[in-house]
Design a binder for this molecule. Structure first.
Ligand SMILES: [Zn+2]
Length: 325
């Protein structure tokens, strides 16, 4: 398997073009939506906003967008597929579980040695999503996602990461993380995955751009992984100028082949709804990298070939599934 799975089916890695590797289309909670709908959520309007946004993104030169909305973030691939059909940008779906702490009750009773004795359902979920397709949509996942945050590797987080490692070995699909750079826990993620035989060059330590700790970032990349400079626009965490300076400094130090640029943006997220984003993070949208950040990097001395490496070559190398081990 050397093709990258997308909402439009398998694609040659060379055809991916400029790619944003850590984005979201819609983030929410189905149970909350069913019982306490958010006043700013209107499905028809949200879909139209996503269609307009992704069409504009294509006009700005972006060809592929990875939607890292996995279980725990309200993944609804059928809804995203309705958007994907109407836009020129290619979307990639993902699998994994977003929890920084505990899994829902179902996972407590299901698994080896648990009340309902069975193999860990997480492994089957991840592998099925990658090999068979997600929830009868026929869309296959092209990326695995795991999370550790300030709580570190809790028992359930370890379970998710172990299942992702198994799924990686079975499918060759790359692993991306949500990390907490303030506690430098990308190193812990690397160690955990390495011990479970995930080659670190198949791993992105996500949200690394939230820190300016160059020693830490270099260590992650020297260990072989990509780092996600993937929250441009989240200026309530760190201003874009400072995020860009870090990228420029690491380019000067020769790390151009290990960084990925993205925004972690969403067309609707219940976590931080549109009105909050407009007030508090006006640049946090899918167009920020092509409109503001690439020009900022260019002005700071990045060459066209370096930008091409960040936007095209690195995502291509990441997303191409490795052959089964
Ligand atoms: Zn994200």
């Amino acid at each position: 398997m050397t093709h990258v799975q997308t909402f439009d089916g398998p694609v040659e890695p060379d055809a991916l073009g400029a790619t944003l590797v850590h984005e979201h289309v819609f983030v929410g909670s189905h149970e909350l939506a069913l019982n306490h709908p958010h006043p700013e959520w209107d499905e028809g309007e949200a879909v139209e906003r996503a269609v307009r946004g992704l069409t504009t993104l294509y006009e700005l030169g972006i060809r592929t967008v990875v939607d890292l909305t996995v279980l725990g973030l309200g993944r609804d691939v059928a809804r995203v597929a309705a958007v994907a059909r109407r836009v020129p940008v290619r979307l990639v779906a993902s699998t994994g579980y977003y929890t920084a702490d505990v899994l829902p009750g179902f996972f407590r009773t299901h698994g080896p040695g648990r009340l309902v004795e069975c193999p860990d359902p997480l492994v089957a979920f991840f592998v099925d999503d990658i090999e068979r397709g997600i929830a009868d949509t026929g869309v296959r996942a092209g990326m695995l996602k795991v999370v550790t945050d300030r709580q570190g590797v809790t028992e359930d987080v370890a379970r998710v990461m172990t299942a992702a490692a198994v799924a990686h070995q079975q499918t060759g699909v790359p692993v991306t993380t949500h990390s907490h750079p303030a506690s430098r826990n990308g190193l812990e993620q690397q160690e955990f995955l390495r011990r479970r035989r995930v080659p670190l060059d198949r791993v992105v330590i996500g949200h690394s751009g939230d820190t300016e700790d160059l020693d830490y970032l270099r260590q992650l990349m020297d260990n072989g992984s990509f780092v996600g400079m993937d929250r441009f626009g989240m200026e309530h965490v760190l201003p874009d100028e400072r995020r860009a300076s870090t990228v420029l400094e690491l380019l000067r130090l020769g790390y151009g082949d290990r960084m990925l640029l993205s925004q972690d943006a969403a067309f609707f997220s219940r976590v931080t709804p549109p009105s909050w984003r407009r007030r508090n993070a006006p640049h946090w949208n899918h167009e920020n990298v092509p409109r503001r950040i690439l020009p900022m990097l260019r002005a700071g001395g990045a060459s066209e070939s370096q930008l091409e490496q960040l936007m095209v070559a690195n995502p291509r190398r990441l997303l191409e599934p490795s052959s089964r081990s």
